[in-house]
Design a protein around this ligand. Structure first.
Ligand SMILES: *Cc1c(COP(=O)(O)O)cnc(C)c1O
Length: 388
């Protein structure tokens, strides 16, 4: 059996060496503390679970869902955007539920990318943007995210022939893995670029609700003209600790939403209906949980920053997202640093280069480790750091 080239062409999974080491250590009974996973440790809020259980008992929810979801869910998404961002979307044409936003992010390449086409993709970045592109037969052109540019892509240095050839532009703020944020001025420049070169913009925004110090992230769709050129992917995963339930959405430009609906209706049958009811409860119910979760993450962020400072590691204090993006000392590569920290302190972090070559020189720490484990992990890092 010979697999297709799209399987053979998958990039090597750089975390594999670290994963192997973690597994080995754990098999030896060693206690490894992981800051490597971006998956909220806090459970889904109780009122959402109650709604899910109730809906699971209703036989109406045991049958095939519609690809485009329950009208009430599309309406709930639209109402949520209205309440949170003061934006109005037609629930039947400009809103589409997804089986987790990753599903739509992967599939949208099939709507725009023909073999040989180009997508502009930020580096470091969430790997699905470029892998979806490759699966559709296209190629990715990297837009470096560097500290000098506050981890925003410099659209002015993209050669015109590349820009004219590009079909899609991927952006993601608050950003994973760099934790950078973007303002409306940046989004305005993205829209001007997209109009000039006729590029569709996909903004991936799962972290707009995970923020600190009173900062409220903007939606790409709040920028003037955004809906003429693009869509925003959103997710209930990080906002409501619902990564396990798989529900997200895409909102914005009607023809982009419609194209994704066409692809999806030929591949899947939508989000299981009981989960759609849970999503409606999350979006329309009490939003108090968001502030409560953010207070927990903010406290963890402060503890992480304090430890990093004590051991002389440099990172910008994140205002949003679940991550701290940390510069490693010059003498290490990302991978060497991660291996040494794991070997000597039994603490796992993610090497920055696993998000792209411009992530080299950084590591990513996630704030989704439970408080007691986080504190133990940080004290190990502090002791280890002082021995270096
Ligand atoms: C977590 C994450 C997602 C995907 O979330 P889903 O659980 O699939 O909705 C998408 N983009 C980024 C950048 C993420 O970090």
């Amino acid at each position: 059996m010979k697999p297709a080239k799209r399987i053979e062409n998958l990039p090597p999974y750089l975390f594999v060496e670290i994963s192997r080491k973690i597994a080995e250590k754990r098999a030896r009974g060693e206690d490894v503390i992981s800051f490597a996973i971006g998956d909220p440790d806090i459970p889904t809020p109780q009122h959402i679970i109650e709604r899910l259980c109730q809906a699971a008992r209703d036989p109406a929810n045991h049958r095939y869902p519609e690809t485009n979801g329950l009208p009430q869910l599309r309406q709930a998404i639209s109402s949520w955007y209205q309440r949170r961002f003061e934006l109005s979307f037609d629930p039947d044409k400009e809103v589409l539920p997804l089986i987790g936003s990753k599903e739509g992010i992967g599939h949208i390449a099939l709507c725009f990318i023909d073999p040989g086409d180009l997508a502009l993709v930020t580096d470091p970045g969430y790997p699905v943007y470029s892998i979806g592109t490759m699966f559709a037969g296209g190629e990715s052109y990297s837009l470096p995210l560097t500290e000098d540019n506050d981890f925003l892509p410099d659209l002015d240095i993209i050669p015109a022939e590349i820009a004219y050839k590009a079909k899609l532009l991927w952006i993601n703020y608050p950003n994973n893995p760099t934790a950078a944020i973007a303002d409306l001025d940046f989004f305005d420049s993205v829209i001007a670029f997209a109009k000039k070169y006729d590029v569709a913009v996909c903004h991936d925004g799962p972290y707009t609700e995970v923020s600190f110090d009173g900062y409220r992230p903007t939606s790409f769709l709040q920028a003037r003209g955004a809906q003429e050129v693009g869509v925003e992917f959103h997710s209930l995963s990080k906002s409501y600790n619902m990564t396990g339930w798989r529900v997200g959405m895409v909102v914005g430009n009607e023809s982009i939403v419609n194209a994704l609906m066409k692809v999806k209706s030929n591949l899947d049958s939508g989000v299981p209906q009981a989960i759609q009811h849970a999503a409606i409860e999350a979006l329309l119910g009490d939003q108090g949980c968001i502030g409560e979760h953010n207070a927990i993450y903010q406290r963890r962020r402060d503890l992480v920053m304090k430890t990093l400072e004590k051991i002389g590691l440099r990172a910008r204090t994140p205002k949003a997202s679940l991550y701290v993006w940390v510069r490693v000392p010059e003498r290490y590569t990302s991978t060497d640093f991660c291996s040494k920290l794991l070997d000597e302190a039994s603490v796992a972090v993610t090497p920055g280069n696993s998000y792209g070559k411009h992530g080299e020189g950084y590591i990513r720490l996630s704030l989704t480790t439970p408080d007691d484990r986080l504190e133990e992990g940080l004290s190990r890092m502090e002791k280890w750091g002082q021995e270096q």
